[in-house]
Design a protein around this ligand. Structure first.
Ligand SMILES: Nc1ncnc2c1ncn2[C@@H]1O[C@H](COP(=O)(O)OP(=O)(O)OP(=O)(O)O)[C@@H](O)[C@H]1O
Ligand SMILES: [Mg+2]
Length: 240
């Protein structure tokens, strides 16, 4: 395994009503190609803040965010946007599917956007190729019998499976997930945990998953904790 993505000495502070809040105080985190990394920590510890910085949705106050060793923290927006469109995908707690579109169309959507920008080289090109890949991905997440369903005709677990299939559409290097099972009942959540593990194992997909859910963390190949603004190895990995 090799490091594809890295946070070095990342800090993030917020100014609120004249008061300075230091949330991230020097995070060092290397993401290895092919791993399923769980990022845990108490509510308010800065997990979402860190995920947004890694996912180029936010910039650190100081420190570096390196893709293949090249710093993106201070890169111009146009460069960051291109990387975000072509190398990265997201899965969020509340799915954010397009309500008017079917499962199949939702999954095809990122490739359609990509073809409009010309940014993405790994995305399937042409309607037939896009649809074939979307069908294959929906089949992979167990939804081949729900292609024409719209989000409000799907269960929560099925919606999250559509969102996961959509995230994989353009063959991202890394998928960042924020509490992907936070809105699901335990049984449905465990199906989604198993799906992440399978996609990681069978496709070698790299995932960084922020989670409170100990069972999600159990499905991961590695765990780190955010504590007092820094990452520490998860207690379960520490010597007992
Ligand atoms: N834009 C912002 N302005 C001010 N404070 C912020 C901002 N974003 C986050 N914070 C603060 O940073 C801290 C960390 O927030 P963050 O959302 O990263 O926590 P989290 O670990 O994801 O928590 P949870 O598990 O509840 O989702 C919180 O105390 C929050 O109030
Ligand atoms: Mg959060």
């Amino acid at each position: 395994m090799s490091t594809i993505y890295e946070a070095r000495a990342v800090t993030r502070s917020f100014d609120v009503a004249g008061e300075r809040l230091d949330i991230l105080k020097g995070v060092d985190l290397a993401v290895e190609s092919g791993e399923l990394l769980a990022v845990m920590g108490m509510s308010g510890s800065g997990k979402t803040t860190l995920l947004h910085i890694l996912g180029l949705l936010d910039r650190p106050t100081s420190g570096e965010v390196l893709l293949d060793g090249v710093d993106l923290a201070r890169a111009p927006d146009v460069r960051r946007n291109a990387v975000r469109a072509s190398e990265i995908a997201f899965v969020f707690q509340f799915y954010y599917l397009l309500p008017e579109f079917t499962a199949l169309e939702n999954v095809m959507f990122p490739a359609l956007v990509a073809s409009g920008t010309g940014l993405i080289h790994r995305a399937p090109e042409g309607r037939a190729a896009r649809e074939a890949r979307a069908r294959e991905l929906l089949d992979r997440v167990g939804l081949s019998s729900r292609l024409r369903h719209k989000p409000d005709q799907l269960s929560g677990g099925e919606r999250q499976r559509v969102a996961i299939a959509r995230a994989l559409m353009n063959r991202p290097r890394i998928v960042f997930c924020d509490e992907p099972t936070g809105n699901l009942d335990p049984k449905t959540a465990s199906g989604v945990h198993a799906l992440f593990r399978e996609l990681n194992r069978d496709m070698g997909q790299t995932f960084v998953v922020v989670t409170h859910d100990i069972r999600m963390a159990d499905a991961a190949s590695r765990r780190v904790h955010l504590e007092d603004g820094r990452t520490v190895a998860a207690p379960s990995e520490a010597p007992t």
